[in-house]
Design a protein around this ligand. Structure first.
Ligand code: TXA
Ligand code: MG
Length: 351
């Protein structure tokens, strides 16, 4: 049975609820909890059986390691070796949407690291998550709360759809602030393995140099982050990325005879323009506010599946700042299927 703990408003029972969730973690159970990025599905990082259960519930490949969530620098140092020169920087940048990959301590089970010698960890910037970790007294291993390959949950309603009856508790605190997962940064060579809202500019500012971008790994035989080789974030319906002048999309659609057959996912401005080809739309927010787009992206991908249309079309966004992470998630959601204003609608290219 899954206990749902409603913490959407500042309730008087908040402390009690978090305490029961922490008891569950300590006794080897699984708790879905909010972070500032997306919801996580968590267990004690030191309990191998509980961590194994997370892989089973998610249908996750055993070589795709989990992120360990900590509530203090002291706890972080019990999980991985943080190079001395980065310790001060991390105390400053954490809590926040930055995951670092460092050498793992012996005590971290291989189940958590997917058999690697390194471990990914972060301190989430969410008071419920921090309190849960503190009260559990152990670091919490937690991948994003989604069934493998499906979009991550940015609210508890969706987390319940995925996990009701499969986990011991779900903490419901409404929708998450950021909406896409943390940036994964390998400290040994300052490489971003997965882009997030902590941008290359943030790395440059805090760490004093530009990171390498190791996630654009098309053609790389051995992906730097195990998660990068798996399909991700996909709705069940096919979805195509449109590249080019959005103003030309309605006429391309009309020519192809697809009017009314698809749902358009895009900025408020583009959604308005798509009405002319009788498209259902999912509005991601104002184009000039990329954080709003990131916040709404996964819930729109999830909503696509409940639409009557046959497929989805999503527009592309400017690849700078958080836009790099937005486009990374969109490409994966589309499994690299795209079409352009030059090549037209009939030439979908599998990448
Ligand atoms: O925002 C987030 O990071 C969310 C919340 C819940 O904190 N968590 C999350 O976890 O997105 P997950 O498991 O969905 O993604 C973890 C990513 C995967 O791409 C995985 O391959 C990579 O981190 N990763 C984990 N350990 C690694 C390691 N030792 N070396 C390289 N990549 C690693
Ligand atoms: Mg994930």
């Amino acid at each position: 049975m899954t206990m749902v703990l409603n913490l959407r408003s500042a309730s008087r029972t908040k402390t009690r609820s978090i305490r029961s969730a922490a008891d569950i973690i300590r006794s080897g159970g699984i708790v879905v909890f909010p972070t500032e990025t997306v919801y996580g599905i968590g267990a004690s990082a030191f309990n191998e059986d509980a961590c194994r259960k997370i892989y089973r519930i998610k249908g996750r490949a055993p070589d795709n390691p989990l992120i360990v969530h900590v509530s203090s620098m002291k706890m972080a140092k019990s999980v991985g070796d943080i190079p001395a020169r980065y310790s001060r920087i991390l105390s400053h940048e954490w809590p926040g949407p930055l995951t670092v990959v460092v050498k793992a301590k012996e005590s971290v089970p291989k189940t958590v690291t997917g058999g690697l010698r390194t471990v990914a960890m972060r301190m989430p910037d969410n008071s419920i998550a921090l309190e849960l970790i503190k009260r559990s007294g152990v670091p919490i291993a937690a991948p994003s709360a989604n069934i493998s390959k499906r979009p991550s949950s940015t609210d508890a309603t969706n987390a319940k759809r995925y996990f009701m009856g499969k986990v011991d508790a779900i903490i419901d605190s409404g929708s998450t602030e950021i909406g896409i997962e943390s940036t994964v940064l390998r400290l040994s060579d300052l490489s971003i393995l997965r882009p997030g809202s902590y941008t290359p500019e943030h790395v440059r500012e805090a760490f004093g140099r530009w990171p390498k971008m190791a996630f654009a790994s098309k053609g790389v035989s051995r992906p730097p982050s195990p998660g990068m080789k798996y399909r991700h974030y996909s709705p069940e319906k096919p979805i195509y990325l449109f590249i080019g002048d959005i103003g030309r999309l309605p006429s391309i659609i009309k020519r192809s005879g697809s009017s009314g057959k698809f749902t358009f996912i895009g900025s408020k401005e583009s959604c308005a323009a798509m009405k002319s080809c009788s498209a259902g739309v999912l509005d991601l927010g104002n184009r000039s506010r990329p954080h709003e787009i990131a916040h709404n992206l996964f819930s729109a991908l999830i909503a696509l599946d409940s639409k009557k249309s046959k497929f989805g079309i999503i527009e592309s966004f400017d690849e700078s700042g958080i836009g790099i992470a937005i486009m990374n998630r969109i490409r994966k959601a589309c499994s690299n299927k795209y079409f352009s204003d030059e090549k037209g609608f009939c030439n979908l290219i599998e990448g």
